[in-house]
Write a new protein. Structure first.
Lengths: 912, 51
């Protein structure tokens, strides 16, 4: 290290320690290197983003390669933007601004190159490669693996030496606001980064989420925001040649930002299991932050007053101005969406994705672009193409506007569907066109970034007179201050005020500690106490296979589409079950709560779907859910869905473990749950019909083929109405059922090859309305048939009508001789009654232990062909064995005749 | 705790405003960096202009 932090070689005539009249050197080579790195990584990261967006519309696109799967690309998109693009851009700006602000050069050129190499060749590049190879961390804004995180922390420590030390050495009593933001941002991020990246690996579940929430927001609030504001406060006066409106207001803005931003973190987990006091504190801090942003932006816009001409002509300044306006709008949006009445609707939706793109492109990136364009014109020997830069601005502004509007509307649409009882997949269908528009909006953005790059390498080469003449600062600009009466300069600050840089350093450390205490340590202690008090003693940790599956789940980015937290909201509870309790996350290292829902929440996946459905779904989701946008995971299988690799089995094991502790513990029967939930006003669901009280994705076991908890849906008796119902039912069937049951209902859908038991051939039996209604309402336990009770009653009735219409009567109905029926009845009582019951109602003594439950022949009349086939071959995947070797052909004929005769006759001991 | 923090933030802000209102010389002092920044820009501009 000693060789790195050494005195740089300065041009002739300059010294490392500046005397009053000498200027510090500026490391132009390092600026060029970081600008180049920022633009290369920017274009690559945006390409990752466009691929990610494209996969929403074309999920199979590049879906066969693990390293190009949605989750890994998504990780690399955000981390590339964060570290590659913005990190390098800010570093370039530091090398330009710090010597000017501190009147000292940066500490060391060699240290600078070392930092450049660390940042790009130990963080960005290996981070991308490792994530693509499957080594990552499933935490928002912390996706690079831990080994990379260590280099990030090292880089920030080096930044302290390189950029903060010059301020310390200068002992400036009149530190300009940009310097404050640079110092505070570096110090704070250096401390906050380990909290968000390392602590959740050590502190599980809800407690870890409290820490993780700090970093989620600090990544934007204390890395992007301070450095972007440092650029704005620098570029505006340097371009307009006028001082900012008020340095006092800028300092108030600085302090309030550093006071309140760290306290915002928990607003990402509103209505979660984190103590409500911490949630409300974060919401209040978010409102405070909004007020601070109004103050900051007012100050910046007043600094531009009377300069509309300059703002429109000077493209770099226009970039900054647009960034300032976006900063105001997106911050106010952020404050509003943290409020509980808004958050309950829009959280997890594309609204938030629009918000984050608005912040990272509209604010962070526009500021960074403005800063780069500004300094680039002041570097000797560079080229600058103003026309191209102008095009870049308009393409970026247009693309961003389209993207934000599109995603905001998409979020509202999703929120509306989620609030209803419609199936989850309806929300995916509802926003499909919005996702396509979002992808298209990425193209002008990518083009704008490329043009920006081109504008820096084409155009006329700037002469040695690097500063554009129009933007040189003149003596007149500062004359107001210079000519002020000397008496007004006589304020003597106290000693501690003179050491502004020390205060800035203290601000970073102090507010970090404060947010750490208030939002993480105190809620964490409360959670630990509650877990200790409430957690069932029988709660088992994950098995080795489940644990490996959890790692795969994180590796593939599953947590970025599926949450593992049910919020204390009626809509969540109605759809997924009781709210997530802190103790359920006791063994979650790190937590996988997630901040986005494209697919449904998975925290109650235990016992919901059979393993064949899960495996088929993982192999290719569209085999079982036609309109799913989930990526396929063929690398977890050996060629087909029936042959998972060990990794596929591990992931399946993990999915099947989700919610197991909750279900097996009997926790929901305890009085405590009710008392906890009663404290949350939103949990009141007085108007909820009891029939829908069980989450709609949870199958309800039926013995005897139907359940009287389900409404009996009779199709219309009027032929015209019936025709309309059948037509509508056909559309619903094609959208929701055909992937398993086949387009004609013959049980030969794409998924049928890997499902056991096979989906029912709906043409090979006649079903009573009671049977169809019950199956649609409850699902069929032990099979891949899910419940569909989230569909509106009219839709369910239409499906009943359509399935009724599929039945094809046997070509030549046989006439049963009385003796045949009598033989069949005897054979049935001898061989079948133990499962199907004495009278064929499907509720024999053994039925309770069987899933799927035995057929109730009073409610289902198979065709002769089907009944014969079942007796010959059995029903694979169920308890029904083949009888070919045990019963003669005549006996089987007699049985077929008997069971078919039962349909529609009165039942005794109907099943429940 | 949150209330305490918010009261503290508000108090600090009001204290700053009080100082700003009570001591005019403070205003000059705290505004000085924005002029210093421009002076520094001018020094760098001058260096870049060929003589």
């Amino acid at each position: 290290m000693a060789t790195l932090i050494e005195r740089p070689v300065y041009p002739a005539g300059q010294r490392s320690v500046q005397s009053a009249g000498e200027l510090p050197s500026v490391e132009y080579d390092l600026i060029r290197a970081h600008v180049f790195a920022s633009l290369v990584t920017l274009v690559i990261s945006v390409l990752f983003g466009i691929l990610v967006a494209t996969k929403f519309s074309f999920p199979e696109f590049l879906g066969g390669h693990a390293w190009l799967t949605w989750g890994r690309l998504r990780y690399n998109h955000t981390q590339g933007i964060f570290f590659g693009w913005l990190g390098n851009a800010f570093l370039a700006f530091f090398y330009y601004a710090v010597p000017r602000l501190a009147n000292r050069p940066v500490l060391s050129r060699k240290l600078g190159w070392f930092l450049f190499c660390i940042w790009n060749f130990a963080v960005v590049l290996p981070g991308w490669v490792l994530v693509a190879a499957g080594f990552s961390q499933p935490l928002e804004w912390a996706e690079f693996p831990l080994v990379v995180d260590a280099f990030v922390v090292l880089a920030f420590i080096l930044m302290v030496f390189e950029f903060v030390l010059p301020f310390v050495r200068a002992r400036l009593s009149d530190l300009y606001v940009s310097g404050w933001y640079i110092i505070g941002g570096i110090i704070f991020t250096m401390l906050a980064y380990p909290v968000g990246n390392f602590v959740p690996e050590l502190v599980p579940g809800a407690r870890g989420a409290a820490f993780s929430g700090l970093w989620i927001h600090d990544a934007v609030g204390l890395f992007v925001t301070p450095f972007a504001l440092a650029i704005a406060y620098y570029v505006i006066p340097a371009t307009t040649r006028r001082p900012i409106y008020s340095h006092f207001l800028s300092m108030v803005g600085f302090w309030v930002l550093f006071f309140t931003y760290p306290l915002n973190g928990t607003h990402h987990f509103v209505y979660s299991a984190i103590p409500m006091a911490a949630q409300k504190g974060a919401i209040v801090a978010s409102a405070y932050l909004g007020m601070d942003v109004i103050l900051v932006v007012t100050n910046l816009l007043l600094s531009l007053r009377g300069n509309s001409g300059t703002t429109s002509k000077d493209v770099p300044l226009r970039f900054v101005w647009f960034g300032v306006v976006n900063y105001l709008l997106v911050s106010l949006q952020g404050s509003v969406q943290a409020l509980m009445p808004i958050n309950r609707f829009i959280h997890f939706t594309d609204w938030v994705i629009g918000h984050s793109h608005w912040a990272m492109i509209g604010f962070g990136s526009f500021m960074a672009l403005g800063g780069i364009a500004h300094l680039w014109q002041r570097i000797p020997g560079t080229r600058y193409n103003e026309r191209m830069m102008n095009w870049s601005f308009w393409l970026l502004a247009g693309g961003l506007t389209l993207m934000v509007i599109d995603l905001t509307i998409a979020g509202l649409v999703e929120a509306q569907v989620w609030e209803s009882s419609a199936p989850w997949i309806d929300s995916v269908r509802a926003v499909a066109s919005y996702w396509l528009v979002r992808t298209l909006s990425g193209l002008p953005i990518l083009t704008g970034f490329v043009l920006f790059w081109i504008s820096l390498v084409t155009g006329p080469r700037l002469s040695e007179a690097t500063t554009p003449a129009a933007s040189r600062v003149t003596l007149e600009d500062i004359s107001a201050f210079e000519e002020a009466p000397a008496a007004s300069h006589e304020f003597t600050p106290t000693r501690w005020l003179s050491n502004a840089h020390v205060i800035a350093f203290g601000a970073g450390v102090g507010f970090f500690a404060l947010s750490f205490l208030v939002l993480a340590i105190l809620p964490g202690k409360e959670l630990a106490d509650e877990i200790k008090r409430v957690a069932p003693v029988t709660m088992a940790a994950l098995t080795a296979s489940e644990q490996r599956g959890r790692v795969i789940y994180g590796r593939e980015g599953c947590a970025y589409c599926h949450t593992e937290q049910i919020r204390s909201l009626a809509a969540d509870v109605r759809r997924f079950g009781a709210p997530t309790e802190p103790w359920e996350t006791k063994y979650d290292y790190p937590h996988l709560w997630g901040t986005r829902r494209i697919g449904p929440d998975l925290s109650r996946e235990f016992n919901i779907r059979p393993r064949d459905w899960q495996l088929t779904h993982l192999y290719n989701p569209r085999l079982v859910v036609r309109d799913s946008v989930m990526p396929p995971y063929p690398w977890l299988f050996k060629g087909n869905a029936n042959q998972p690799t060990q990794e596929g089995l591990d992931l399946l094991a993990y999915l099947e473990s989700l919610g197991r502790s909750r279900q097996l513990s009997g926790f929901d029967q305890q009085a405590l749950t009710a008392s906890v939930h009663a404290a949350i006003p939103d949990m009141a669901m007085a108007s909820e019909p009891s029939a829908r009280a069980t989450p709609p994705t949870v199958p309800i076991a039926m013995t005897g083929g139907y359940s009287d908890s389900a409404p009996v849906l009779h199709p219309a008796s009027n032929p015209d109405d019936l025709q309309e119902e059948v037509s509508r039912g056909g559309s619903l069937f094609a959208a929701n059922c055909a992937s398993c049951h086949g387009p004609a209902g013959k049980g030969d859908g794409k998924a049928s090859a890997s499902l056991s038991p096979k989906p029912a051939d709906l043409t090979a039996a006649r079903f009573s309305d009671e049977r169809l209604s019950s199956v649609l309402w409850n699902g069929v336990t032990g099979s891949a048939m899910p419940p569909w009770r989230q569909l509106p009653t009219e839709d369910l009735r239409a499906l009943v009508a359509y399935i009724d219409s599929l039945h094809v009567p046997s070509a030549a109905p046989s006439t049963q001789e009385p003796t045949t029926l009598a033989d069949g009845k005897f054979l049935f009582a001898t061989n079948c009654a133990s499962c199907h019951g004495d009278t064929g109602t499907g509720n024999g003594p053994a039925a309770g232990a069987l899933a799927p439950s035995p057929t109730n022949f009073h409610l289902k009349k198979p065709t002769e062909e089907r009944a014969w086939e079942v007796l010959e071959n059995g029903v694979p995947g169920t308890a029904m064995p083949p009888w070919q070797s045990q019963l003669s052909a005549d006996e089987r004929h007699a049985l077929v005749a008997f069971v078919r005769s039962l349909y529609g006759t009165p039942q005794e001991n109907p099943g429940k | 705790m949150i209330n305490l923090i918010m009261i503290a933030i508000s108090s600090i802000m009001f204290a700053l405003l009080l100082v700003w209102w009570r001591w005019p010389a403070f205003r000059t002092w705290i505004e000085a960096p924005k002029y210093a920044m421009l002076r520094q820009e001018r020094r760098f501009d001058d260096r870049s202009i060929p003589h």
